[in-house]
Design a protein around this ligand. Sequence first.
Ligand SMILES: *Cc1c(COP(=O)(O)O)cnc(C)c1O
Length: 465
Amino acid sequence: MTLKTRRTALQKDDCEYVWHPFTQMQEWECQPPLIIRRGKGSYVYDMDGNAYLDATASIWVNVHGHRHPRIDQAIRHQLTQIAHTTLLGLSNPPAIQLAKALIRLAPKGLRKVFYSDNGSTAVEVAAKMAIQYWQQCPTPQPRKTRFIHLGMSYHGDTVGSVSLSGIELFRRPFSSLLFPTHDIEPPYCYRCPLQLQFPQCRLACLEPLKKLLHAHHQEIAGLILEPMVQAVAGIIPSPPGYLKHVRELCTRYKVLFIADEVATGFGRTGRMFACEHEEISPDIMAIAKGLTGGYLPLAATLTTTAIYEAFLGEGHEDKTFFHGHSYAGNPLGCAAALANLAIFKSERTLAKLQRRIPKFRTALELLTNDPWVGDIRQCGYMVGIELVQHKSQKIPFPASERIGQKIAMTARALGLLIRPIGTIMILMPPLSASVKELDQMVSILKLAISVVRASSASSSMEPRT
Ligand SMILES: *Cc1c(COP(=O)(O)O)cnc(C)c1O
């Protein structure tokens, strides 16, 4: 079978058998899917050998590039020992070593690691821990059962994590299942709901949170947010000081502060964890995506000694945290994660990033004058470019025009993989991406935007008959 006939057969079977996540399958079936066969560094290659720069980092998980020899080797080595053994009643070396390594790196005060296997679940665990904690802590407060979260936030797809998320589109069909929460307006400075500007605003957006906490703290178990950047919301960085203030308010009102570092963790924002930017420590922290360098599904929920100790007791007291997944602490995943952390050290990943981040910013300036580019938001290697029809009035494109999708498809034909969120173009390169590769990503994106603009201008000039 030639590669081409093999590719065609696979494409047919994909359409016949695979239901893709977050994908309108009716549209998917209209065109042959792109099948990625291999990858190396910042590139992935399709069945025909065409190369694409991976500006999605394989949906935000890849850290040191594809096929990093050290992670490849760590997994191969672990395979000579055992692929999986359970953490229920047993332990294994990589899970133990990784927990210790994570606690060394994590914000101060986090002392215990609870494993799971994806970000949504790590958040679900955080919520359940918080609820049970208030029932079992030294001065129990069982009325504390509600959570606060930000509008537009994304914390995953399980019913609990959707309850904590603020994206209406993902909530609507399941509203009958979701638990009630308090949501507060997110700090979306480009479209500030209060029509104010930083720093003159003096973080006025925190006032509703202060009022809410003042009135209802006795019923509030925890507050969850994505520190520094709301990612799926469209890469929305919080203004300086916001994170620290929220942390202080939570402490003042005895509300557990849950940091969802699933997207921001592992160097994505230029620091190992985004909480470090404002030198804060959460009470509970969820991590996943970059944990294994983008190799295997693994997640963890980290917490403090105080929370952990509330779960201690005699067996008959039923204080146990009754939660655990079949693949928790999977040795292959933990071995990959240990190698991932080792590379941060041996390749001085974070130090290199400090030099490349400003160069990335400079590269992005190429887009500043594009008539469709309304806002460029960057935090480390996380970039969101918000496209608008009218720059000065910030008028968005109607969703029906599918501008983001058209630009992504054009970019793909030019050798760049990018997955937009609506009309926000997202650049999320592996942290190993070189300045040259970052420049290329930006130039291809710029070209793709102008190609789509040219074609939409000519199609709107066509006579309507
Ligand atoms: C991706 C993401 C999740 C969900 O992680 P999964 O591994 O996809 O379940 C949760 N929170 C944030 C902030 C994310 O970006």
